[in-house]
Design a protein around this ligand. Structure first.
Ligand SMILES: C[S@@+](CC[C@H](N)C(=O)[O-])C[C@H]1O[C@@H](n2cnc3c(N)ncnc32)[C@H](O)[C@@H]1O
Ligand code: SF4
Length: 462
């Protein structure tokens, strides 16, 4: 059965369709984090680590939960610290965590990627970053082609950091650009000039760190189509290799500092879709390939090449070129992915440190993945990465009958009827005009979401 192709939906129609799905996750994992279950101790986590395959290529993630000031929109696990005491205590605890986790796992597994995220990892300073790297290198074997990435806030960058970043082997950087509109910047408590980002990019390139990603946001208070197009156009002058265009998730019930943002100044759902469309059109007109939900990359960038080859993946950091059988996360709130399932560290810095003081692994929540979860995870990853999936092929590969998807396909029927999703037997394709609805299509395959959701809250979950 081949569905017809409808007229591309306009922003108001997209908003109306999205609202019928209620809140939908960004699917950086499946099952998603709300499905992880609290654990009383670290016994299971120790077992999972002990069972890790020695031969896999590991990815490592270090979460640095500190910033110098709070951006009102921020949805990350972070807190403001002014002095260096908290940073030093964090470092000492982190080094212990790395040692303790590594001692449970196979000896010196190979590492294909290391990502420093946050928060603002650079506020640790060069020496502490190098101490973390030295500790990791003691227990893990870094591949020569390993990607070493770090998130940088241009307001907290100085060229003094470059010797440490190059010694660390950093070869990819994500810069937070967010919005260059000064009205927006005041409302989000993040005043940052174009010159700061331009200087950071120039310093990094001169030091040989040439793979540059930029993070941009739409849906911010007072943001308009013109304002985001202006931010995008100026950002493009920096010739980044990749751009991440995130939709601001306003979740003040989870992040109380977001209530400093006036709800009345936020664009509505239709305006958000319009901003996203205008920003995306500006980026693709500059020659970038559109990838998945919210990424763009130059045609010769590995992310674009992997996407074109149908070999892209998704993890907690977003889109990645690494298949990622094993991702070990360190630091408060960090999430690990193991063949057995997911595990998340205690989110509070105090609880995380207390666990380490008693030589207990700081795991808070875990989630084993069963056969049905693995199948649905594969479906959702294919849709999020490639906007298409062969349901029958994946079901058979997981030892299940394609008919397991009957109820999910029924839920998608209204989109299929309108041509917003194309169905040919068990083959699904999301055509380009429906790309902004990719998370809603994934949600139809999420067995943990209610089938008939209540109307969407003002914003979707980031
Ligand atoms: C983990 S944060 C760290 C970035 C870095 N500290 C900085 O501010 O430059 C990575 C990105 O998440 C995005 N982000 C943060 N809060 C968000 C929210 N509430 N909704 C959507 N994206 C958000 C921002 O674009 C940010 O650059
Ligand atoms: S956006 Fe970045 S700098 Fe701002 S509070 Fe969040 S993590 Fe810190």
């Amino acid at each position: 059965m081949m569905s017809h192709i409808a007229v591309p939906p306009d922003p108001a129609q997209l908003a109306a369709i999205a609202a019928t799905f209620g809140q939908v996750p960004r699917y950086t994992s499946y099952p998603t984090a709300p499905q992880f279950q609290a654990v009383a101790d670290d016994q299971n986590w120790r077992h999972w680590l002990a069972e890790l395959p020695a031969q896999a290529r590991y990815a490592l993630y270090i979460h640095v939960p500190f910033c110098r000031t709070m951006c009102w929109y921020c949805g990350c696990h972070t807190q403001v610290t002014k002095g260096d005491d908290a940073l030093q205590r964090y470092l000492e605890t982190l080094l212990r965590e790395i040692e303790l986790v590594a001692r449970q796992a196979p000896t010196r597994p190979r590492v294909g990627g290391l990502h420093f995220g946050g928060g603002t990892p650079t506020i640790l300073g060069g020496d502490r970053l190098l101490q973390i790297a030295a500790q990791l290198k003691q227990y893990f074997e870094f591949e020569t082609d390993a990607e070493i990435a770090i998130e940088i806030d241009p307001r907290r960058f100085s060229a003094d950091l470059l010797p440490a970043l190059t010694a660390l082997g950093v070869n990819r950087v994500s810069l937070g650009m967010q919005s260059l509109d000064s009205h927006v910047q005041v409302a989000i408590n993040r005043e940052q000039t174009y010159a700061m980002a331009a200087q950071t990019v120039s310093d990094l390139r001169q030091a040989g760190i040439t793979a540059i990603n930029l993070d941009l946001l739409y849906g911010l208070p007072y943001q308009t189509v013109d304002s985001i197009v202006d931010t995008v156009s100026r950002s493009l002058q920096l010739k980044p290799d990749r751009i991440a265009l995130f939709g601001y998730a306003h979740v003040p019930w989870m992040k109380p500092h977001q209530s400093r943002i006036e709800a009345a100044a936020l664009p509505d759902a239709a305006a958000r879709f319009a901003q996203e469309a205008a920003a995306a059109a500006t980026i693709t007109a500059a020659g970038y390939r559109r990838i998945g939900l919210d990424h763009f990359a130059k045609a010769d960038d590995p992310l674009a090449q992997k996407a074109a080859a149908g070999d892209l993946h998704r993890n907690f950091q977003g889109y990645t070129t690494e298949a990622g059988d094993v991702l070990l996360g360190f630091g408060p709130s960090a999430i690990s992915t193991l063949p057995q399932g997911y595990a998340q560290n205690k989110a509070s810095v105090v609880d995380w440190r207390r666990a380490m003081q008693s030589r207990t692994l700081p795991v808070a929540r875990m989630r084993a993945v069963g056969v049905d979860d693995r199948l649905r995870r594969a479906v959702i990853e294919a849709l999020m990465c490639h906007l298409g999936v062969n349901l029958a092929r994946l079901a058979i590969r997981h030892g299940l009958a394609p008919s397991v998807f009957e109820a999910d396909l029924e839920q998608l029927e209204p989109l299929i009827e309108r041509g917003l999703v194309q169905r040919n037997g068990y083959n699904l394709t999301i055509p380009e005009p429906s790309r902004p609805l990719v998370r809603q299509v994934c949600a139809a395959f999420d067995r943990y979401l209610p089938r008939n959701p209540s109307p969407a809250k003002p914003s979707t979950v980031w």
